[in-house]
Design a binder for this molecule. Sequence first.
Ligand code: ADP
Ligand code: MG
Length: 580
Amino acid sequence: MPKIPSIHVLDELTASRIAAGEVIERPASVVKELIENSLDAGATDIRIETQAGGRRLIRVSDNGHGIPPEQVEAAFQRHATSKIQAVADLERVSTLGFRGEALTSIAAVCHVTLLTCAAGAETGLKVRLDNGRVVSREAVGVPRGTVVTAENLFHAVPARLKFLRTDTTEAGRIHDIVTRYALAYPDRRILLVRDGRTAFQSPGTGAIEDTLVAVFGLDVAREMITVRLDAPVGAPIRARQPAWPVSVAGYVSPPHVHRATRRQITLFVNGRWVQDTSLAYAVVQAYHTLLPKGRFPLAVVLVTLPPEAVDVNVHPSKTEIRFRDSRPVFRAVERSVRRAVVGGAPVAPMGTPERSHWDVRRPPASGDPLKVGPPDTGAEQTTYLDGEAAGLPVLRVVGQVAQTYIVAEGPDGLYLIDQHAAHERVLYERLMSRRGDPLLQRLLTPEAVALQPTEMAAVESHTAAFTALGFELESFGPDTALVRALPDGLGTADVPGLVAAVIDTALEGGDFLEEAFEERLVRAVCKQATIKAGQTLSIEEMRALVRQLEETQSPRTCPHGRPTMVVLGGERLAHEFGRA
Ligand code: ADP
Ligand code: MG
């Protein structure tokens, strides 16, 4: 049995070097800190219980090494830790904790009961704290390990209480934290009990299938691709030192599964959940040209490197880090994810868009003339389309190329219409004009869609906006929503995708004005629902689409501002064929 490290208050210099700030912002922060303590204590079995979104109760029990009875009071002192000794240790933190603040900060905002029995101790100890002060202390017989119970969170801090969202939302955040930690620590058994009911459980055998399902949902989990890379890619930290090793492991989505936000990219560095925009960017970069613009992959990426290569003392909640040299880390992440995605992707992406003759020269800002022409010729050879406001001439559909563009003839030349962009425009105007009074298509049998707790919370808090759009969703048990109706014209082939699109948009949240928010919802839906590039269309389908496009107010751009069509004018054709 290794000796339990002893808890001591850090010297002033070390304490002063610790990034200052608020540690406990919401119930999920309590859960995160307590799980980290359990992991640091070597626990193989961790049980998390919550009541009322963690507001009423959070209890984390573990079978770790426990706290020796004579050190329990010290554990609740500020800057008291068993994990580092001196300033120099901040340079190479190998535990999740090191600040010695979590227990103090938790005890300051709720009622804490701590039950612990240290490895090798005769009996255990139970202490209760009020306002950070020990109010009772008694010896008890308990198994080895530690149980921390935090009750009535923020009861005396109304300002914080006001900040909390609904219990469902807070419980969702806790669920996110617990399931992601379970993915990063597949060798620990982790159990989450929410309001008396098992919400999640990992076996602790290293098998991650169920955890992947809990994190991503069944359909997506099935498709996730494994990432694995061990490379001595790091530059030496100090002169004459060898390059340091970086390993990258994890699970990422194939290119055809994507989301509207980066929210589903989870990063761990040395076993610590971090928020690092540039690392997330490295993941996104790995999908370069594989994902539609504005879409993001789902991923859990675990990066491991020597502790001295990362500075974890950046932010009080320890979710921000700084790499001593970030480039090799990003490169390792990007390369390994890219390799996995390209190697593991089932379907090759549509041909890379080579610059062609038909190059659109300028992003068509609304109302701007759309300029079309060959890439390297002067303005005199450029064909201009009329401004947006002008309607379309009558077009005769000729055919389809690359299963992506509709070829049509008009009075002023040859038109290539991007079928996806055109359909987006049609749906967008239809949905926007029927806001608040949508035409519905009812599903013959309601479709059940599996949702994560945060997503469920979004459904509950945005019901009005969804209904205004034509989505009839209702919760059906804690992790399933029933879809009864969709906005008319969307098709029913991809109900989960459509629901995910609106929920993702809602989760992006922000204090958007009602109008802007609805518009974002509509745009997200359009993007998801439309005819895709690569879809063969019959002449009738193409005609119908072109007809509908002719009826829109802004037929020449999609709702995201990209052109729906380019035209090759008669003059230009004549010029190319040497007839001019
Ligand atoms: P830190 O984790 O930064 O050291 P905390 O306030 O979270 O600070 O915890 C203070 C100390 O209490 C830890 O250093 C550790 O020694 C002890 N401790 C806290 N939780 C546990 C636990 N679940 N099992 C064993 N020891 C614990
Ligand atoms: Mg801690």
